[in-house]
Ligand binder design. Structure first.
Ligand code: PLP
Length: 396
């Protein structure tokens, strides 16, 4: 016998990966130029030159024993100090290195935070559409998964729906801004309303309801938009971050959990995060990457290529007639399927090797997700195919 939950997760199809693998097969059979694959969220902008230079310089100049050795579980001082100084400088909130726990990316950061917050009958609220891993992470950590639909007009938080979902067992609400899959950025107005509601409910139930701010896309915003720093709006916020997207390092596995001093029970939450990471087998994040990221801590991503793709795809699709909220961040478009029928759209699109992801695993029906972290040239080739599918589905 094996663990049934683990087995179920291990055998469950990863729908995004399946679409991607199908695209690879078709490209081999028909040629790359006959496939239009928008399935993955793998950054297409290369990691910055400074980062590669930093890696070379660290390897060339530092002791190999130290560079490849263990750091402490919470991370080496170098990166924890760099993160604390960077956050303090940018957001004006005093953050100490001791508030920062370096993880192997945002996914383990989230899981550790969820395990840390688990108590008897605890519930964690997710706003749909959501990053697919929230559900297994919430459940594996022992918490009840509670889903609240977003306000689908702008993908902001539906405050009455959130209020209705909160009860005495609510431990946390996950907020992901900029959002995967919608590309929406939560406005300061939305966040203030959420903060007001959670403050009121925390007082009512006599314990803090935390925000888990999942922020791997924090720096990926366009048109000068600002992403509010949630701990400045609601103090009981636990930040989960990674450099997977901002420095294009998804395979290097590096991120952090940040628990500021003014979070209720801050020290205990921090130690519970450390213990939760240990429960998941965390020893330390990759040492070389810790040093390389510390050297590039102030480097902001150059988003030009994503921005060009965003405009090309959004303008092209809406001109054809597709309906979609203009994304302000991340690198996804969340598009309404013509006639609300995602299956019919995907069938016709896949027959033309136009590959997209069904919205169902993101917790809503009737949409599909496009990752525009692809080449501009592929978008240009794909737009006439999008038109063909649209016209076929909407004919008559
Ligand atoms: N959260 C969201 C919203 C994501 O889209 C992703 C990855 O795509 C993650 C977390 C996990 O990021 P990481 O690669 O840093 O574990």
């Amino acid at each position: 016998m094996v663990n049934q939950t683990a087995h179920r997760l291990g055998t469950a199809p990863n729908e995004i990966r399946q679409v991607f693998e199908y695209g690879r097969q078709q490209a081999k059979l028909l040629g790359e130029d006959k496939v239009y694959d928008f399935s993955l969220g793998n950054p297409s902008i290369p990691a910055p030159h400074e980062l590669n230079q930093a890696i070379h310089s660290i390897i060339d100049t530092e002791s190999s024993i130290r560079v490849h050795g263990y750091t402490s579980g919470a991370g080496g001082d170098l990166l924890r100090e760099a993160v604390a100084a960077n956050l303090t400088r940018r957001f004006g909130k005093p953050i100490r290195p001791q508030n920062v726990f370096i993880t192997c990316g945002a996914a383990p950061a989230l899981l550790a935070a969820m395990i840390a917050l688990h108590t008897d009958e605890s519930e964690i609220i997710t706003i749909a559409p959501y990053f697919t891993e929230y559900k297994p992470f919430t459940e594996v950590s022992g918490n009840k998964f509670v889903l609240v639909p977003a306000d689908m007009e702008h993908f902001q938080v539906n405050i009455p729906a959130l209020e209705a979902a909160i009860n005495e067992h609510t431990q946390a609400v996950i907020l992901n801004s900029p959002n995967n899959p919608s590309g929406a950025v939560l406005t300061e107005e939305t966040l203030r309303k959420v903060a007001e509601l959670l403050t009121e409910k925390s007082a009512l139930y006599g314990h803090p309801i935390y925000i888990l701010a999942d922020e791997p896309y924090r720096e990926l915003v366009y048109d000068g938009r600002k992403v509010p720093f949630i701990p400045n709006i609601y103090k009981d916020t636990i930040v989960c971050y990674s450099w997977s997207k901002s420095l294009s390092l998804p395979g290097e596995r590096i991120g952090y959990v940040m628990v500021a001093d003014d979070v209720t029970d801050s020290q205990n939450v921090f130690f519970a995060v450390a213990g939760a990471a240990r429960m998941c087998g965390h020893v330390c994040a990759p040492s070389l990457m810790q040093r390389a990221v510390a050297a590039c801590i102030d480097r902001m991503p150059d988003l030009e290529a994503y921005d060009v793709n965003r405009k090309l795809l959004y303008n092209g699709l809406t001109e054809i007639g597709y309906k979609c909220v203009r994304p302000d961040g991340a690198f996804y478009l969340f598009v309404q399927a013509p006639n609300g029928d995602t299956r019919a759209f995907i069938e016709k699109a896949t027959a033309r090797n136009l590959l997209v992801v069904d919205s169902k695993p993101f917790g809503v029906e009737g949409y599909f997700r496009l990752g525009y972290c692809v080449s501009k040239e592929m978008i240009e080739r794909a737009l006439p195919v999008f038109r063909e599918v649209y016209e076929e589905l909407c004919a008559g």
